[in-house]
Design a protein around this ligand. Structure first.
Ligand code: PLP
Length: 443
C-alpha cells in the first residue's frame, strides 16, 4: 500500500473502532444502578405543567422562607428570581444538571471543540455533558469510575494536588510521564508504554494503563501548556494502547494567545476523551459550577454516582449562571472571557517583570501561556519545603513549596508556585524582593 492509501486505511479503521467502555469501569462504578426516584424527577422535569404527580418526595417550596431575589450585575443588568423561578431554584432538580444549562454548554462545546463524537450514536460514545459541583467533583468521580486498586495510571507530575488527593487513595500505581514547559512529552510516554505490547490491552488482568490524566493549559502548578502536535501524538498512543484521556482543563479560558489550542476533545474520533471544564476561574469559584464532557456511556455512569451522592449541583447556582448565559449568549460570554484574560495577562506580565527584576540571579522560570501560576526553580536550593514553611513566613512572603505537587510529596523539590491571580503588581514586586533576600540568605 502506498503511504496515502495506508493513512486513509488507518483513518477509517480508527473511525470504525468501537470502544468497549465496560473494560474501563471499576467494580464500584459497574455496580451502580439508576435511582428510581431520580428517574421520576427527571421525567417530571420534562413533562407539561398539567401533569399531576404524586410520585416525588420533594418538599413543598411554599414552606421555604425565601421569596424572590434580584442579583445586580456589574454592568447594570439584573438576574431576576421571581417567585416561580425562586421556587424552582429552591427545589431538587435532575442529576445531570438543569436542561437549559446542559444545552447551553453543549452548544458551547460544539462551537469551541467541534467534537467528532457529537454525531455518533450513544453506544458508540456520543458526546454527552453533565454539570458537576466544580470540576473537582467531576474529576474525583471520574477517577472513582475508572481507577481500581493496582491499576497503572499515567500523569505528568508535578500536578494539581487536588488530583493527587483524588487518585492516590484509590491504591493505584501512578506512573509519572516526563514533561516540560510544553506539557507531557510524547516520546517519553512512548518509552514508558514500550514495556507493554498494545495487544495485551484486551487480555484479562492486563496491566496496560487504561487512564492518562493531564492538565493541557496553564498547568497547575507548572503553568505549562501542551502544543497541538503533542496532543495529537499522545492521542495516537492512546489509540494504540486503548487508554482513556482525562483532559482537566480549568485554565482553557485563560489562554493568553489566540487562536486557543485545539483540545483533546476536538481530536476525539474514538470517544476516549473525558474533559472537565470549570467556571471557577471565569465566573465564580464559590458558585461551584463545572462540567464533564465525554462519551455518553461514561458520563451516564458518572451521573449515577451523582444521583447517589450530591444528587445534583445546587439548582439555585445553576439557574443563576444559566440566566446570565441566556442573556449574554455565546458572544457575551466570550467577550467576558476576553476581559478576564486581559486582566490575567497584565498580572502575568507584572509578575514576569518583577521576577526579572529580583530573581534573575537566584531562580529560573518559563513564561506561562495560560493560567495563573508561575513555577519557579530556586537555584542552589535542594528543597523549598523548609524554606517556605519556616523562613518565608518570617520574611512575610508566602508561596507553595513545589513538593506538594509531586507524587511523593516528601521528595526534595527545588520549585515554588507563585500565583499572579490575587495580589497587586506592587504586592507581587515586594513579595519577589522578599523572596530574593530569603534565597540569598539561604545559600
Ligand atoms: C488543574 C485543576 N483542576 C481542577 C481544579 C478544581 O477546580 P473547580 O472544582 O473549582 O472547578 C483546579 C482548581 O484549582 C485545578 O487547578
Amino acid at each position: 500500500m502506498d503511504s496515502k492509501i495506508c493513512k486513509i486505511f488507518f483513518f477509517y479503521k480508527r473511525l470504525l473502532r468501537n470502544m468497549n467502555y465496560s473494560r474501563f469501569l471499576t467494580a464500584v462504578s459497574m455496580a451502580r444502578r439508576p435511582s428510581p426516584i431520580r428517574i421520576l424527577t427527571e421525567l417530571q422535569q420534562r413533562s407539561p405543567p398539567s401533569l399531576i404527580s404524586l410520585a416525588g418526595g420533594a418538599p413543598n417550596p411554599n414552606t421555604f422562607p425565601f421569596h424572590s431575589a434580584t442579583i445586580q450585575m456589574k454592568n447594570g443588568e439584573t438576574v431576576l428570581f421571581d417567585e416561580t423561578m425562586m421556587k424552582r431554584a429552591l427545589q431538587y432538580s435532575g442529576s445531570s444538571g438543569i436542561p437549559e444549562l446542559v444545552s447551553w454548554m453543549k452548544l458551547l462545546q460544539m462551537r469551541l471543540h467541534d467534537p467528532p463524537t457529537a454525531a455518533y450514536s450513544p453506544e458508540r460514545g456520543q458526546m454527552e455533558l453533565c454539570v458537576t459541583t466544580g470540576s473537582q467533583e467531576g474529576l474525583c468521580k471520574v477517577f472513582e469510575m475508572l481507577v481500581s486498586p493496582g491499576d497503572n495510571v499515567l500523569l505528568d507530575a508535578p500536578t494539581y494536588s487536588g488530583t493527587l488527593a483524588a487518585v492516590q487513595p484509590l491504591g493505584c500505581n501512578i506512573i509519572n510521564v516526563p514533561s516540560d514547559q510544553y506539557g507531557m512529552i510524547p516520546d517519553a510516554l512512548r518509552d514508558i508504554l514500550a514495556r507493554w505490547d498494545p495487544a495485551d490491552e484486551q487480555k484479562p488482568g492486563s496491566s496496560v494503563p487504561r487512564v492518562l490524566y493531564t492538565i493541557p493549559n496553564g498547568g497547575n502548578p507548572t503553568g505549562a501548556s501542551m502544543t497541538a502536535e503533542r496532543k495529537q501524538k499522545v492521542y495516537e498512543l492512546a489509540q494504540n494502547y486503548d487508554f482513556l484521556i482525562i483532559e482537566d482543563d480549568p485554565y482553557y479560558f485563560l489562554q493568553f494567545q489566540k487562536p486557543w489550542a485545539p483540545t483533546f476533545l476536538s481530536m476525539d474520533v474514538d470517544g476516549r476523551v473525558i474533559r472537565t471544564d470549570s467556571f471557577s476561574k471565569i465566573l465564580s469559584s464559590g458558585l461551584r459550577i463545572g462540567f464533564v464532557t465525554g462519551p455518553k456511556p461514561l458520563v451516564d455512569r458518572l451521573v449515577l454516582h451523582i444521583q447517589a451522592s450530591t444528587m445534583h449541583t445546587s439548582t439555585f447556582t445553576q439557574l443563576m449562571v444559566s440566566q446570565l448565559l441566556q442573556v449574554w449568549g455565546q458572544e457575551g460570554f466570550l467577550k467576558h472571557i476576553d476581559s478576564v484574560v486581559e486582566f490575567y495577562r497584565a498580572q502575568r506580565d507584572a509578575m514576569l517583570s518583577s521576577a526579572d527584576k529580583w530573581l534573575k540571579d537566584v531562580a529560573e522560570w518559563h513564561a506561562p501561556a495560560a493560567g495563573m501560576f508561575l513555577w519557579i526553580k530556586l537555584k542552589g536550593i535542594k528543597d523549598t519545603q523548609k524554606l517556605i514553611m519556616e523562613k518565608a513566613l518570617e520574611k512575610e512572603v508566602l508561596l507553595v513549596p513545589g513538593g506538594v505537587f509531586q507524587i511523593h510529596s516528601s521528595e526534595a523539590c527545588p520549585y515554588v508556585r507563585a500565583a499572579f491571580s490575587l495580589s497587586t503588581p506592587q504586592q507581587i514586586d515586594e513579595a519577589f524582593k522578599r523572596l530574593s533576600t530569603l534565597i540569598k540568605e539561604a545559600l
